[in-house]
Design a protein around this ligand. Structure first.
Ligand code: MIC
Ligand code: SF4
Length: 752
């Protein structure tokens, strides 16, 4: 039986009732996204919601957390005063495993190095009724797709790629830990009712083109912020023809365009996947209410009448792409990447080809890449680049091993790493890299921000499908176009690679000896959770003190120039080790952000001494001297990860406000939840008015209220001043979070 089958049945009976009701209220045919949203309302509504405007309370069906974010989420939940989580929740250990030698030794090493954290997560899970997936079980989103996702469901997860579950027709949304705590504590989860972008897929994938190329293309069209505040709903004959895990790939990388989530209507590919992954029961239930698990026919017949924006992609004409470097929306067809690389001086030699990550580590992905690897062996080719594979889950790995797929990669000298995130999040001991040399890697991951995979700012990372990565790793050069270029084999002959052939689902079924799942005790009240006060990895949280309505003569900590993702604000890689220790991890606060006054990273002016120093150290000095500070940023500030550390660190160190041109959704919410001010310039160019030595005063914060601008005064060091109007999206309950010091403080108060 599927996990939480009774819950799913209940959701299905509600969907029927609630969608019928919603149709009357909205009074027109509904998109799938609306059906799922309206059937998960916390309170019934009598009026339609305005997309992109109304804040709505939702009731998600489940929660998933991964080890790197779960630590902070659970440390917060432990303070909420509850004995058990209110909705089915799971924790997945996948981020804290470094790729180095290969799966077995790497896992042993991770269990040694992060034993304290894994034990903490296991105990807390056991205590509060949370399902625990131990290290090696797989990457959270692949495990969720295989076990928990279900058509028409709504879930949240403390990871931005939670959206992967859209591949099984869910509305699955990435959130910060504090949001997850609300739902774990039995409270509603709030979201601004999203706009909806329709993507119509026509034609059929062929040759070297795969599902990955759909989202690489969409990323090129929408850019990293084009999906902000929107759900992307895919439909059309081309959508139906995609496999379920292919749909997962597309939804997964919706995070890279800032989309709230992405989804597909229930279809036969999902039915096949549910059945293949042991959930025939769920498929049978879904089949009974099929029409409720996709949009009304009118919507897909005339999409322009129902979506806020419509994009059409003809899959028959779509070409394989490589996106990058440094940003996932720089989309280039493989056939043009060589010329572009030469123009831009990107290194053509490719040092590594990496296959894996939550977006492309399914059985089908491995078979498509293996079909290329097999040809290389048969045609006497060797890989010119190093080649590494992270399978998505133990079920995928076990089955791929049984079916001889891993052997093909090994015969080609690839290293099979653990079923985990690995290099995707900088958990990679990259042996070939000596210093900061300029180099190129290609991978099937989703993000390629500067320094992400290996900490080297000069690594040019390109994102492509697993089969393109395999082909390029074999060729060893970025300007290899497998659709037309030949390679010279070991015998000196010219050979070509044929297009990949994938196996959607294993013909002998999935198999696995130990999935890595640990069920919690029914009553965990006797489970003891210890946190060593001397630990450098875990630290119990102290409540934040409210910032208050009086911010006068604050200092500028940093004005960040250009792209400032959560990786720039709170780097991952080696810093993942401190994710459960707020004070220690705060030592990476904003160290990757570029100071717009000198274009250097981690080099800001300390107004107390007039010296320049690192961001965290400088901020600690301000805090010691009770000086309030603000951070200023550019567009899409906080893009990428859901990690709330990017908000908690500045909060912990005493930053009051973050003022930017625009925010990424999750990060903006994270700042609000932690009791900070998240504000945007009314006039974007006012960013330029802010000077390094300014004294900054909030003029009317005493009148902070929903829908009303705030005004700040800048006193410049030359004696002049400027006034700047700032916008915000706080509603009145979010202003309460600010006044209480954090959303958690408010929960605690209400529980008392
Ligand atoms: C990522 O892909 O950036 C991560 C690491 O999975 C993050 C979560 C984290 O920072 O722990 C995400 O996507 O939310
Ligand atoms: Fe893990 Fe990478 Fe997926 Fe994030 S994007 S969950 S780091 S595999």
């Amino acid at each position: 039986m599927a996990f939480d089958f009774d819950m799913i049945k209940k959701v299905y009976s509600n969907i029927v009732k609630n969608v019928d009701e919603a149709k009357k209220i909205v009074n027109k045919p509904l998109t799938l996204s609306e059906k799922i949203l309206y059937s998960h309302l916390w309170n019934p509504t009598s009026k339609p919601f305005v997309r992109g405007k109304d804040y709505v309370d939702f009731k998600p069906d489940r929660i998933a957390c991964q080890d790197a974010t779960a630590q902070m989420a659970l440390l917060q939940f432990m303070q909420a005063g509850k004995s058990k989580v209110a909705v089915p929740t799971t924790v997945h250990c996948d981020h804290l495993i470094q790729a180095k030698m290969g799966a077995k030794p790497d896992l042993i090493q991770a269990n040694k190095v992060s034993n304290e954290v894994f034990d903490f997560l296991k105990n807390v899970s056991n205590k509060y009724g949370i399902g625990f997936w131990k290290p090696g079980a797989g990457i959270i989103h692949q495990v969720v797709l295989e076990n928990y996702a279900f058509p028409g469901g709504m879930m949240i997860g403390t990871d931005s790629h939670t959206v992967n579950a859209g591949g099984l027709g869910m509305v699955a949304i990435g959130v910060g830990g504090a949001d997850a705590v609300d739902v774990m504590a039995g409270m509603p989860w709030e979201l601004k009712f999203p706009k909806i972008i329709g993507v119509k897929l026509t034609g059929e994938l062929n040759g070297w083109t795969s599902a990955k190329d759909v989202i690489l293309k969409v990323a090129g069209i929408l850019t990293v912020k084009g999906g902000t505040g929107c759900i992307i709903e895919y439909f059309g004959s081309g959508a139906k023809a995609l496999s379920c895990t292919g749909k997962g790939t597309i939804c997964n990388m919706g995070a890279e365009v800032g989309a709230t989530t992405s989804t597909f209507g229930y279809d036969e590919s999902m039915e096949r996947y549910l059945k293949a992954t042991g959930r025939e029961d769920v498929a049978n239930e879904a089949n009974k209410i099929k029409d409720y698990l996709t949009a009304d026919p009118e919507v897909y017949d005339s999409p322009e009448n129902y979506f806020d924006q419509v994009i059409e992609i003809n899959l028959s004409e779509l070409k394989p792409h490589l996106n990058g470097p440094f940003t996932p929306d720089l989309a280039t067809p493989v056939s043009e990447i060589g010329d572009k690389a030469k123009e831009n001086d990107w290194p053509l030699k490719v040092d590594w080809g990496l296959i894996g990550s939550c977006t492309n580590s399914s059985y089908e992905d491995l078979t498509r890449a293996a079909s290329i690897a097999k040809q290389a062996i048969d045609k006497n080719l060797i890989t010119k680049s190093d080649f590494g594979i992270n399978p998505g889950s133990e079920q995928v790995r076990f089955t791929a091993e049984r079916d001889g797929i891993l052997k093909i990669f090994e015969d080609l000298d690839a290293t099979i790493f653990t079923n985990a995130c690995g290099p995707c999040i900088g958990q990679w001991d990259r042996s070939d890299l000596k210093g900061q040399e300029k180099n190129t890697i290609v991978h099937s991951f989703n993000r390629n921000f500067s320094k992400r995979a290996d900490g080297n700012p000069n690594t040019h990372a390109f994102v492509g499908s697993p089969e393109i990565v395999a082909a390029i790793a074999i060729a060893g050069k970025l300007d290899f176009d497998p659709t037309k270029d030949k390679l010279i084999n070991q015998k000196g002959e010219e050979v070509m690679l044929d297009p990949p052939i994938g196996v959607e689902l294993p013909s002998d079924g999935f198999d696995c000896e130990d999935s890595g799942y640990i069920e919690p005790e029914d009553d965990g009240s006797n489970v003891i959770v210890n946190v060593n006060p001397k630990s450098e990895r875990l630290q119990l949280l102290e409540p934040f003190i409210p910032i208050g309505r009086d911010i006068k003569d604050a200092r500028l900590l940093i004005k960040a120039h250009g792209k400032c993702t959560t990786d720039h604000i709170s780097m991952a890689g080696p810093w993942l080790r401190y994710r459960g220790h707020l004070d220690n991890i705060s030592n990476n606060c904003l160290i990757g952000a570029v100071n717009s006054f000198n274009m250097k990273t981690n080099f800001v002016k300390n107004q107390l001494t007039a010296d320049y120093g690192g961001v965290p150290d400088t901020q600690r000095e301000y805090k010691k001297n009770n000086i309030k500070t603000i951070v200023v940023g550019d567009h899409n500030y906080g893009e990428g990860s859901s990690r709330e550390h990017a908000a908690m660190e500045p909060r912990h160190l005493g930053v009051c406000a973050v003022i930017v041109k625009s925010f990424a959704r999750i990060h903006e919410t994270n700042l609000k939840k932690q009791g900070m001010l998240a504000l945007t310039f009314d006039n974007e160019s006012d960013y330029n008015l802010i000077q390094e030595d300014d004294l900054i005063t909030f003029v009317d914060l005493d009148q902070f209220e929903a829908g009303k601008q705030l005004l700040i005064e800048l006193k410049h060091s030359n004696g002049t001043n400027d006034y700047i109007s700032l916008n915000h999206t706080y509603n009145s309950s979010q202003i309460d979070w600010y006044d209480e010091g954090s959303a958690l403080n408010l929960i605690k108060k209400e529980n008392l």
